[in-house]
Every structure is written in structure tokens, then in C-alpha cells.
Ligand binder design. Structure first.
Ligand code: NI
Length: 137
């Protein structure tokens, strides 16, 4: 990370009031951290739209009693093995499993895996946390 640079922002008072109310609800203690997070979120969004190399975590919830489901989920990950960095499996209760799949690779391939897992019958929840490999300088 480079040196911190201070800069001023001008905006309408009404907009700033709305912003302050919003960040207070989100427990930010100062505007700078809230603005930095907004910029980071926008950069991640743009990188994902751009379709280059990105990273993320796919979270799955499913009932392991459903015949063939665990196997299907594992097979799917093997099909995309070149971008699966790590998988963590948690036995949440007697029925449900949580699986967190850390991925890094081409956006389109990650999307394919995510969509395919999400559409798998028996998967109750499938979400993705998007991030990027490295912020551009
Ligand atoms: Ni399990």
C-alpha cells in the first residue's frame, strides 16, 4: 500500500447529511474509512465487470442426506480445479453442511462454477463474496 494522501471533497450539504446518517448506522467512526470502503467496493465491481482475473469465496449450504448431492458438488469443483484454491467443509448440524470454496481465476469461469453450484438441485443457499487479486496502482 502506498502513502496516504489527504484530499478535500466538495458536495451538497443535504447529500453529506444523508451520507453521515448512513455511515453512522453502519458503525463507521469517521468519513474517511467509509469513503475508502466505497471506493474499494467500486473498484472490485469494475474489475468483476471487466472480466479479468478475480478472486472470491463461494458459500454453499446443503443437506448431505440428499442422494448424490455431495458427490455432485465435489465433481463440479474438480471440473474447475484450476481455480479452486481451497475448500472448507463444515458439518453445521446433523443434516446441513456449509462449504466455502475459495476461488481465483477468470471471471467467466468463476461465474460458471457459481451458477452451476447455485442451480444444483438440493443446494439451499449459494452466495459469492467478490474480491480482486490486486488493486491496480
Ligand atoms: Ni458435512
Amino acid at each position: 500500500m502506498g502513502d496516504t494522501v489527504r484530499f478535500g471533497i466538495s458536495m451538497e450539504g443535504e447529500l453529506l447529511e444523508k451520507f453521515d446518517r448512513m455511515i453512522e448506522r453502519q458503525s463507521y467512526t469517521n468519513r474517511s474509512e467509509a469513503i475508502r470502503d466505497l471506493i474499494r467496493e467500486k473498484i472490485v465491481k469494475k474489475e468483476w465487470e471487466g472480466g479479468g482475473v478475480v478472486a472470491g469465496a463461494i458459500l454453499l449450504i446443503y443437506d448431505h442426506h440428499i442422494t448424490g448431492l455431495s458427490q455432485k458438488i465435489t465433481e463440479n469443483q474438480h471440473h474447475y480445479h484450476e481455480m479452486v484454491i481451497s475448500t472448507q467443509h463444515i458439518h453445521m448440524d446433523p443434516n446441513n453442511c456449509m462449504e466455502i470454496i475459495i476461488v481465483k481465476g477468470k471471471r467467466d469461469r468463476i461465474r460458471e462454477l457459481y451458477n452451476s453450484l447455485k442451480a444444483t438441485r438440493g443446494v439451499q443457499q449459494c452466495d459469492i463474496i467478490k474480491t480482486i487479486v490486486k488493486e491496480k496502482e
